[in-house]
Design a protein around this ligand. Sequence first.
Ligand code: BES
Ligand code: MN
Ligand code: ZN
Length: 498
Amino acid sequence: MKISFSKVSLPTEGALVVSVLEGRKPSATARQLDEQTDGLISRAMAASRFEGKKDQTLLLVAPAGLQAQRLLLVGLGKPEEIDALAAEKLGGTVVAQLQAAGDEVVTVAVDAIDGCPLAPVHMAAHIGFGARLRSYRFDKYRTKEKAEEKPSVAKLALMLEEHSAAKRRFAALDNIAEGVFLTRNLVSEPANVIYPESLAEQVKMLADSGIDVEILGEKQMRKLGMGALLGVGQGSERESQLVVMRWMGAEDENAAPIAFVGKGVTFDSGGISIKPAANMEDMKWDMGGSAVVIGLMKALALRNAKVNAVGVVGLVENMPSGTAQRPGDVVTSMSGQTIEVINTDAEGRLVLADALWYTQDRFKPQAMIDLATLTGAIIISLGDRYAGLFANDDDLADRLTAAGKEVDELLWRMPLDDPYDKLIKSDIADMKNTGGREGGSITAAMFLKRFVKDTKWAHLDIAGVTWAKKDGPVTPKGATAFGVRLLDRLVAEYYEQK
Ligand code: BES
Ligand code: MN
Ligand code: ZN
């Protein structure tokens, strides 16, 4: 879908989108159209439940007096409540509604609105951003789709006076969409296509954007003593990988970086503690945390972020086989701490144990944030709206929570208190890798905490938010890339030199 910005002139084809405010005088465009069409808009509103409330829409087909084939009225609600997120939702809703209608060209009139805190330039840019995000589709494996089954919209034009400024603003946001789409693509790919080495190959392509990429194989990891990560991958035919990405965008190249660490289990069968068959296919997206780190690094590089950022992803496949790790095995992590593997399905924490240790040891980051589809228990706690946030630093937790609210990727802080630590005591090693069913997400986080020294650290358990079962305003069902926009915002607001 091509998104463009142009000056105000009514379209002669396709669909025209006009916003309507709740309980207010119609916008300039709406007023003009109403006159031109002999009161079509006011009559349509009087004859329907459409009142211009937020998220309401009304589609009018072949309106007399207009050259456009369709007129879509969308509600914006109360002007004082309109913000960037509302504009993004509107963009997403418009695209979703019109994809099915058959129009190829869509024109959105962006009017100045009295009493609205969002200026038209930002309004237009964020409508475009929301439209872009919602237009995502992973259809490379559909070979038999007919043209009329495919989404129709090829061009979205936003018309407003200050179209050049809006275009520039949108271009900055579109870089973030690029990162989001990379993440969604990687998460959507099946596990016969994306496995540790092929995922590492994908990361290599980020070199084109100015990111330095380093790949460690099993031999190098063995040298470093990463027994926890390697144990998870030892049952797989595929070689485990650790990939390090570096974006050095700060003026001071010696400034301590912010580090992002991702769980990249390209398929989680559970290993010898094998999972039940139902929904096991979902475990292709158990590399979601790593995909967010990869997409985020791309977004930061594309928008030339003035920050030093490091991304580290631990890539493994968790399989049962004659060489697989057994329940009861004891492994030694890079930190020197030993772990009794009670359940081979609690593998993400084993991967992160070594990835976190390596990252803080090598890069001495000013803050370290990991993302992982770590526990089923977080889905029981929080469902699919909030991701779980665990942190050893209140400021970092507050910053993350605030950034999440701004981009509508919500975080809920969970406890990380010492008393939970005794639940992972082992009889024969320094710790065990499961703490039982109670507080399952918390004991998983407590396990990770044992591999963090005095670095400011946060852990995001994204098991419930990585894959959407239903369409959302700016995320079609499937891979969401939850975390990319949030962490991009965190960096922009708190870690970038202005
Ligand atoms: N990858 C899973 C967690 C998961 C479950 C993510 C469902 C997304 C959807 C993780 O590796 C796992 O298997 N966790 C176990 C831990 C248990 C064995 C202590 C779980 O949550 O059941
Ligand atoms: Mn597992
Ligand atoms: Zn897993």
